[in-house]
Design a protein around this ligand. Structure first.
Ligand SMILES: [Zn+2]
Length: 102
């Protein structure tokens, strides 16, 4: 068995994956400005779409949380980059050359 190094990954918390979407919408009132002018649609409305316990899930969120979640997704991307870098280092060390075929 080869030596295993202990490494520390530093990342900002919280982390979250998924995506944030923005939507504008018409309301139910026929005489409202939103029916006359596409620029006068209501919104923006924000949604987080991601996985909760393996199930695709959508949650309606407010503008402030949307902004925060985007930062948390950035934290997650940063963490993923670090993991990818560690995997790359493992692959770059040409582990295949270690032994013969079984
Ligand atoms: Zn309306």
């Amino acid at each position: 068995m080869s030596k295993q190094k202990k490494r520390v990954i530093h990342f900002k918390s919280p982390v979250i994956d998924g995506s944030v979407s923005t939507a504008f919408a018409k309301c139910g009132q026929k005489n409202c400005r939103c029916h006359a002018d596409p620029k006068a649609l209501h919104g923006p409305y924000y949604r987080w779409i991601g996985n909760v316990n393996g199930k695709k899930t959508t949650r309606t969120i407010d503008a402030e949380l949307a902004k925060e979640i985007k930062q948390w997704m950035g934290n997650y991307e940063n963490l993923q980059r670090q993991i990818a870098q560690h995997i790359k280092e493992t692959l770059d060390s040409a582990i295949w050359k270690r032994g013969g075929r079984k």
